[in-house]
Design a protein around this ligand. Structure first.
Ligand code: PLP
Length: 392
């Protein structure tokens, strides 16, 4: 658990965070977790040592404390820690009683786990196209997708930019549908000045290591203002049990590890500062890239983004990506293929053209390096490389 920077690089080489370009002397990695960990290493080591001394490996006092602290951070009454964001989303579907034959409205332009939660309970993901400016579920298109089988609406605060909560809530209230927020990428993002996570019935967060608030391993959380959801979520994550060896319903082993509760507790203290640093990076990119042909990400009037990702758009995206990588600049695609065109969802019978805005975004999107430790010099180097590409 206590790892060197090199071990981290190896860890991420085998995971989906393979964005390091380490050959050039002044290369800029897509993500630089070792830089983040260097600054808090002593506190992490102490927290990990405490957990080991206590042998509180599964849930335990550090998870309980983190749940309290994260509930306070989001403004929610309850927070339940999980072993991943995917597990939290799955449990959200169970809490709402979504099951076989039901439909849940969601976005086709997200990480696949949003949709997994719906599939895990035997329901059908019903996709609705996104808004071109924010990459988020388009509130104007939701109503026509509602059928008697619709059981919930689950939009995503994609890239850390809040979806239009009020507009989507208005549709949900009109049709008496619960709202589940997939806030996996949006720790600390604000909608109309309020931290996201308490507008719907349930919100789910991911603490995957590369997230704005990332564990030293996997982790997730479900937050809610409903005491009954909190109680049942705690049982579902622990084999459907509240009293040891007595099982009220079929449950899961979705417990958060004690080590993750401890490390997340350390990192949460830095989250507000890290979010401000991400905003600094985003605003600097805005300035430096304003005169390029790129379509830049913009905050909607109602939004203060958490800037999990800084995603630019251009029809020559693939060439630009190659150019940046050749110049030692890491970049990534979020996401190259929308969910309705994924092989795993072929049974839904979608065709290219069904969600044209999402499909165009998938062809054009390119995620540039963004993290709190990115220096102004590095940001300038990324911008210069992009300017050179368009000068050629
Ligand atoms: C939008 C979104 N939803 C859900 C998840 C799933 O979270 P986890 O990886 O913690 O299971 C992620 C994580 O990548 C995500 O980005």
């Amino acid at each position: 658990m206590v790892v060197t920077a090199y071990a981290y690089l190896r860890l991420f080489k085998t995971s989906r965070l393979v964005y390091f370009s380490r050959n050039m002397a002044d290369s800029i990695p897509y993500l630089d977790l070792p830089a983040q960990l260097r600054g808090i290493r002593k506190d992490l080591d102490a927290a990990i040592a405490r957990t080991i001394d206590q042998c509180s490996f599964c849930l335990g006092p550090d998870v309980a404390q983190f749940e309290k602290d994260f509930a306070k951070f989001t403004g929610a009454e309850h927070c339940v820690g999980f072993n991943s964001g995917t597990s939290a989303l799955h449990v959200a579907m169970l809490l709402l009683g979504v099951g076989p034959g039901d439909e849940v409205i969601t976005t086709p332009f997200t990480f696949v786990a949003t949709s997994w939660a719906i599939s895990y309970v035997g329901a059908k993901p019903v996709y609705v196209d996104i808004d071109d400016a924010t990459f988020n579920l388009d509130p104007k298109l939701i109503e026509r997708a509602i059928t008697p089988r619709t059981k919930a609406v689950m939009p995503v605060h994609l890239y850390g930019h809040p979806f239009d909560v009020d507009a989507i809530l208005a549709v949900c209230r009109k049709h008496k549908l619960p709202l589940v927020e997939d806030a996996a990428q949006a720790h600390g993002a604000k909608y109309k000045g309020k931290i996201v996570g308490t507008s719907g019935e349930i919100s789910c967060f991911s603490f995957y290591p590369g997230k704005n608030l990332g564990a030293c391993g996997e982790g997730g959380a479900l937050v809610t203002n409903h005491a009954a959801f909190d109680k049942r979520a705690r049982s579902l994550r622990e084999h459907g049990s509240t009293v040891r060896y007595y099982h009220d319903e079929v449950g899961y082993n979705y417990r958060m590890e004690g080590l993750q509760g401890a490390t997340l507790g350390v990192k949460l203290k830095h989250l507000a500062k890290w979010t401000r640093e991400r905003q600094r990076v985003a605003h600097r990119y805005h300035e430096l890239l304003a005169d390029t042909p790129l379509q830049l990400p913009r905050e909607a009037d109602y939004a203060q983004g958490a800037w999990h990702l800084y995603v630019v758009r251009h029809p020559r995206r693939d060439d630009l990506k190659k150019h940046l990588e050749a110049n030692g600049i890491g970049c990534a695609l979020h996401y190259p293929l929308p969910l309705h065109l994924q092989k795993c969802y072929a049974n839904l019978g979608h065709q290219p053209g069904d969600f044209p805005v999402a499909e165009k975004a998938a062809r054009e999107c390119l995620s540039l390096p963004i993290y709190p430790e990115l220096t102004d010099r590095q940001i300038q180097r990324v911008a210069e490389a992009i300017q050179n590409f368009f000068r050629k």
